[in-house]
Ligand binder design. Structure first.
Ligand SMILES: Nc1ncnc2c1ncn2[C@@H]1O[C@H](COP(=O)(O)OP(=O)(O)OP(=O)(O)O)[C@@H](O)[C@H]1O
Length: 238
């Protein structure tokens, strides 16, 4: 579903991403960890076709992203740290609009059903997005993915700034999408949430994937140690 083949991005002399090889299959949640500047967002931007690789390739649903930028977008949903929705439109109106541009025209009752599935309280369906908390906006993001019937979900720091309850709810939604066969790639600083939701976890540094784990094969404390050893947090030694 999501494949990167020696994916590399250079900015002048700087290598932001260095020969990344990832394979995220149907029903898998791959969490990418790494300190600031490790190359996580660059990976996601390349998969979205927002930027072009210097070398290597990215594939979504077996289509080369660089060669099929529009077609690959049909299969994916993207939730960044701050999801851009129309603040003066309601949750239902936003969902209707974004699923519409993805080619899915849903009835009002189906739109409500999808919002319900995403965990949004029914009283919020007809409220403007400008009144929503971040957690509520992220739920609308998941609703858009559900309405679109996305096969691939790309997430960049989706739980940053969420309170623990909202973050937990978001994790449960990812599990729900997983059972529907969605392949998810999530860039995050949240080691705890990564351990909770991931099937696989990768740790990046300086654009390289340094370590990979099957989430069930590692404890949270082992993961934390591996992370700190990888990113080499010298300031912690003070
Ligand atoms: N447009 C750009 N021009 C030059 N350098 C860039 C550009 N975008 C990213 N970089 C560099 O590429 C490297 C990887 O950045 P990236 O944003 O992918 O890291 P990240 O792991 O997502 O970090 P964060 O956790 O802070 O979001 C960094 O050194 C960054 O400065």
């Amino acid at each position: 579903m999501i494949i990167t083949d020696n994916l590399t991005k250079k900015y002048g002399a700087q290598t932001a991403l260095d020969h990344l090889n990832l394979h995220v299959k149907e029903g898998e949640i791959y969490c990418l960890l790494g300190a600031n500047g490790a190359g996580k967002t660059t990976t996601i931007n390349l998969l979205l076709g927002f930027i072009q690789p210097t070398s290597g390739s990215a594939f979504i649903n077996q289509l080369n992203v660089q060669e099929n930028a529009r077609a690959t977008k049909r299969f994916l949903a993207y939730i960044p740290e701050n999801l851009m929705l129309y603040p003066n439109l309601t949750a239902i109106e936003n969902l209707d609009y974004f699923s519409g541009i993805a080619g899915k025209k849903l009835s009002t009752s189906d739109l409500k059903g999808v919002l319900e599935e995403s965990g949004l309280q029914s009283e919020a369906f007809n409220k403007r997005i400008s009144t929503f908390s971040k957690g509520m906006r992220q739920k609308v993001g998941i609703a858009i993915a559900l309405a679109k019937d996305a096969k691939v979900l790309l997430l960049d720091e989706p739980t940053s700034g969420l309170d623990p309850k909202a973050s937990n709810e978001f994790g449960l939604l990812l599990q729900k999408l997983r059972t529907k066969g969605v392949a998810t790639l999530m860039a995050t600083h949240d080691i705890f949430r990564a351990k909770e939701v991931a099937t696989q976890i990768g740790i990046m540094k300086d654009g390289q994937l340094k370590q990979q784990f099957v989430a069930d094969d590692i404890t949270l404390s082992q993961l934390e140690k591996a992370y700190l050893n990888t990113v080499d947090y010298k300031e912690l030694a003070v």
